[in-house]
Design a protein around this ligand. Structure first.
Ligand SMILES: C[C@H](O)[C@H](O)[C@@H](O)C(=O)CO
Ligand SMILES: [Mn+2]
Length: 418
């Protein structure tokens, strides 16, 4: 007996075919696009190094929803549940503070052995791993500077942490057969009027050069650098600004990380993709949702998420853009946050894959902007959701909002007892 999902899929396929779009091919393509799910949504960026310590570095998770993960077992269990409700390929993005060790490990001495629990789990769950040095929430970052610090001891400590992190990252790539993208973000900046804006940038540049000096094969490890406009406590000046890192990535051949919350509120990263791609080999995206500031709200299926996905698809950037998520909302169920945000990213990619891009580009070149706008608007109400449901069904994950019942059950049976 055919279900309503099968029936809707058949009709949707026909409808898209009338526009010259192969819905089956769109699903196949979506199956090649992993989204890197960030571990830190699960515990408000606390990590296991010093979970009771405060979150510093000018970022903040607000809210106090019960049941956050307090150890690696809990975080992995929560992630497994989330992933069971997200169709298609995924990766996991880890921060260094999520290491596992019976004894305290100084950040500049982290090793692959501190992450074997994650690698084994990733293998079991068929996930690639990505990585991040954690240059915040630490006494050595207390004065607001890390790699750009004027204090050579502090600078050296963070250089060593980032170097050690690259070895961990490369070990992930070797173990899992897929390169780990390692993103360097440092919170360095000043609260108030800054007199010498150059010297910290010079120090950051040479510190990064020391960090990336050791060579790793691109099949194991990819370096990325993440810019930011401002943070809490660094409102006037961030050392690692967009111009700084665009120049750094272009001149050193690293990936450039564009975080949707790291620009002026009216700036969008979707418009930066095609510009930056001309100069850097790869991009890492931190898809997020800034609400008035870099608030890291859960990703919606909104215009900007759609525009980001459309840029990747329209320009065939599948092999040069790594899609990661970066939000942390502690005011709602954390597992639901992962599921909502990741499904939305994938829905946006699917919608982009179902677009008659060639036709739209032709209309644009011909100057028929009326037809371009008409078609762009009409396609918003094409039955993409029936294609999404089929994608979910094939991956044996809930279609529609039924997944929330599973989260609610887990909330009472597991999270409430933590
Ligand atoms: C925890 C993350 O690495 C962090 O959010 C960073 O990527 C960032 O965006 C800081 O604002
Ligand atoms: Mn980010």
């Amino acid at each position: 007996m055919t279900s309503s999902i099968d029936n809707a899929w058949t009709l949707a396929k026909e409808r898209f075919a009338q526009l010259g779009i192969d819905a089956e091919a769109a699903i196949k393509q979506l199956d090649t696009l992993p989204v890197s799910i960030h571990c830190w949504q699960g515990d408000d960026v606390a990590g296991f190094e010093n979970p009771e310590g405060g979150l510093t570095g000018g970022i903040q998770a607000t809210g106090n929803y019960p049941g956050k993960a307090r150890n690696a077992q809990q975080l992995r269990a929560d992630l497994e549940l989330a992933i069971s409700m997200i169709p298609g390929p995924n990766r996991l993005n880890l921060h260094a503070i999520y290491l596992e060790s019976d004894n305290p490990v100084p950040r500049n001495e982290i090793e692959p052995k501190h992450f074997t629990g994650w690698v084994d789990w990733a293998k079991k769950n068929k996930l690639g791993l990505d990585f991040n040095p954690s240059c915040f929430s630490h006494p050595m970052s207390a004065d607001g500077f890390t790699l750009s610090s004027a204090n050579p001891e502090i600078r050296q400590f963070w250089i060593e942490h980032c170097q050690a992190s690259r070895r961990v990252s490369a070990s992930f790539g070797r173990a899992l057969g897929t390169p780990s993208v390692m993103n360097i973000w440092v919170p360095d900046g000043m609260k108030d009027v800054t007199v010498d804006r150059l010297a910290p940038r010079q120090r950051l540049m040479s510190a990064l050069d020391e960090v990336i000096a050791e060579k790793f094969d691109i099949t194991e490890h990819i370096d990325a650098v993440e810019s930011k406009l401002f943070g809490i406590g660094s409102e006037s000046y961030t050392v690692g600004s967009n111009e700084f890192y665009l120049g750094y990535a272009a001149s050193r051949g690293t990936a450039l990380c564009l975080d949707a919350g790291h620009f002026h509120p009216t700036e969008v990263i979707s418009d930066k993709i095609s510009a930056a791609m001309l100069y850097v080999p790869r991009l890492l995206l931190h898809v997020s949702r800034p609400v008035r500031w870099d608030s890291d709200h859960v990703v919606l299926l909104d215009d900007e998420t759609q525009a980001i996905a459309s840029e990747i698809v329209r320009h065939n950037l599948f092999n040069r853009v790594h899609i990661g998520l970066d939000f942390f909302d502690a005011s709602i169920n954390r597992i639901a946050a992962w599921v909502i945000g990741t499904r939305n990213m994938k829905k946006a990619l699917l919608k982009a894959l179902l677009e008659p891009t060639d036709l739209l580009k032709k209309l644009e070149v011909e100057g028929d902007y009326t037809a371009r706008l008409a078609l762009l608007e009409e396609q918003k109400s094409l039955p993409w959701q029936a294609v999404w449901d089929m994608f979910c069904q094939r991956h044996d994950v809930p279609v529609g909002g039924q997944w929330l019942d599973t989260v609610r059950h887990y909330e009472t049976s597991v999270l409430a007892k933590r």
